[in-house]
Design a protein around this ligand. Sequence first.
Ligand code: SAH
Length: 232
Amino acid sequence: MRPHRAFSPVIQEQVELFGPEAKHLLEVLRARPGDKLTLFDGKGTEATAIIEAVASGHLRLKVVEKRQASREPPVPVELYVALLKGDKLSEVVRAATELGVSKIILIITVHSVAKEMGESKLQRLRRVAVEAAKQSERSLVPLVAGPIPISEVPGVKQGLVAHPGTSRLVQEILPPGSPVSLATGPEGGFSDAEVLLLEAKGFTRVSLGPRILRAETAAISLVSLVTAGAGV
Ligand code: SAH
């Protein structure tokens, strides 16, 4: 069996784990002294560590080997995704993390039903990103940022905005040679003005096929075409 993975923002010779990370290892995975773990810091470093001691809610580890891990796409892929109803963004964050995005930026659009997001919900999404990074053996945990009004999306080098009724396909524009930014809309879609705004910032409209996808399916499909579809 592969060693369990644990997240530690700092990886030194000795690492202490507390909080939910320690609780999960001890109570769910039944980690014990002598067990081997893989640590990752979310910034590209991985390490093999041995559990030296455990106490209630606390583990002490000894790092035996440290390395740079690379399971990241060769260019950063970021996703601008509109605020969605209920807990659908968790699904998007989980899948987009598995698929290799480095940043997820939530955007507020005219047709978004939700117009804001509380700090606790944002924290939950960040936790989903950590869990998904761990599960998919990524070395980097994507940043989850925002929400920002769509007007504050910065100019991008290369961008794709998914918009129904477009004829160009993602495959006609990729593979990307430079960082790529992706954008998908809310349940009600982007307004025409919003698509024009994104085009002015460097995004090109793309189609995800002749069917209208749910907002969360669209976000996941677009990321998947760019990373999994290119094998990166
Ligand atoms: N009610 C809207 C559809 C919104 S779908 C309308 O009829 O226009 C939600 C989001 O998913 C859209 O803003 C878009 O970014 C994306 N999307 C869904 N299906 C798509 C498709 N076939 N092609 C491109 N983008 C799509």
